[in-house]
Design a protein around this ligand. Structure first.
Ligand SMILES: CC(C)(COP(=O)(O)OP(=O)(O)OC[C@H]1O[C@@H](n2cnc3c(N)ncnc32)[C@H](O)[C@@H]1OP(=O)(O)O)[C@@H](O)C(=O)NCCC(=O)NCCS
Length: 143
């Protein structure tokens, strides 16, 4: 993945998702750690658990993972698991996407260099929007 923030790339995919926070709360209540450990990475779990409205942050990450899979364009196919897509937060709180395993293979195969995501949540819903960027755009120079 390209870490250079200043390099623009062709948009090769977009994705969005919305989820009811109540739905995530019910999954956590019914399936507990089994659900959490299947969907979220240890880093995501520790981020959400330390927030006051942890369900909203879990729901935001759920929406982000769905949006990212849509942006990649494969959807949840065999070989890609929830934990292959990780949402971290940088120092400013901005979400940053990491991929591994099957998701990383798909991203590399498709020539995706960077994935951007934006998350929003309130008491009722969480939503996310993702953009997958391809290689740097090259422009021909005209004299
Ligand atoms: C970023 C900000 C606009 C978020 O808006 P909001 O209406 O409070 O909350 P939303 O539900 O719409 O968005 C929350 C998500 O914004 C994202 N976010 C947080 N900081 C961000 C930033 N600097 N850039 C982009 N996205 C950011 C996160 O993904 C967060 O969800 P997460 O914590 O589950 O990962 C707002 O928190 C802000 O201005 N923050 C900067 C100042 C700040 O941190 N103040 C609080 C400390 S005093």
């Amino acid at each position: 993945m390209n870490d250079n923030e200043n390099l623009p790339g062709n948009i090769v995919g977009i994705g969005t998702d919305i989820v009811e926070c109540l739905r995530i709360a019910q999954m956590i209540e019914r399936h507990g750690e089994q659900f959490i450990n299947r969907v979220y990475t240890p880093l995501e779990i520790s981020y959400c658990q330390t927030r006051k409205a942890s369900t909203q942050h879990y729901a935001g990450r759920w929406a982000a993972k769905e949006a990212i899979l849509k942006a990649i364009g494969t959807g949840w196919v065999k070989g890609i698991s929830w934990r292959d897509v990780e949402v971290r937060n940088d120092k400013s709180g901005r979400p940053v996407v990491g991929v591994r395993g099957g998701a990383r293979d798909a991203v590399e195969h498709l020539g995706i260099r960077k994935i951007l995501v934006s998350i929003s949540h309130c008491r009722s819903h969480a939503t996310a929007y993702a953009i997958a960027l391809g290689p740097q755009v090259t422009r021909e120079r005209g004299d």
